[in-house]
Design a binder for this molecule. Sequence first.
Ligand code: 2AM
Ligand code: CA
Length: 252
Amino acid sequence: MEEMNKKLIDDIINIVRECGTIILNADRNKSSIDEKAGHANFVTSYDKKVQERLKEKLLAVLPEAVFVGEEEDVHASIEKGYAFIVDPIDGTTNFIKDYHTSAISVGLTKDSVQYMGVVYNPYLDEMFYAQKGNGAYLNGRRIHVSDNLLKDGIVIFGTAPYYEELNRASFELAYDYFKKSLDIRRSGSAALDLCSVAAGRAELFFELRLSPWDYAAASLIVEEAGGKVTTVEGEKITLGESCSVLASNAKN
Ligand code: 2AM
Ligand code: CA
């Protein structure tokens, strides 16, 4: 890895790890919960706190970048130059429930193309990261997607609970995959689901609608681990707007 880029990704990793302590030390009794548009779509004071800290620290290491955070009201264009695409807590419902399956996700694009991705699960101290063209890593060790066929594989899906019109189709597709695979899982964090595919723990993930901050970082991690990420229709995923996501080990 080029020296300068190695420093940049190390800086991002250190910032994300530090922000993980905010999640681990959160006092849920003091966490106010607000409902956003859509069913089961929550934001807590901790989402905002983690995002604020990430924004301040990330822009200090790369001041020319724009910052796109899930909990911001207006989202900047990622078209030109560097852009951080950030989910301060991916798996907010899990966080509220103390389910210990949430992550911080920081993607970095350059001229709207994926450049770096860092996803951190503070509960397991698992740091996933990738830089375009340099492979994917978990806690410093190279990771790869599995070689298993779907029939010997685990399929993870997200239910897109915020979009009622997608509920039935989500479960029908999950049923199809259930019949073709070993079994189904649903974790509640799209970023961690994608990292599970990258690490060879699962063979396929899909969700019928996600926002760029849910997959900007982890989709690069899957690709750098040898996997494939498209929309459910097989198109290129979009980093400037929502789309469906289908990630696999590319063996099926
Ligand atoms: P979150 O926990 O950051 O909200 C769960 O099905 C996945 O969908 C989670 O990764 C969740 O991220 C994400 N998600 C939550 N709200 C969403 C929304 N309004 N649009 C798209 N994805 C969303
Ligand atoms: Ca979130």
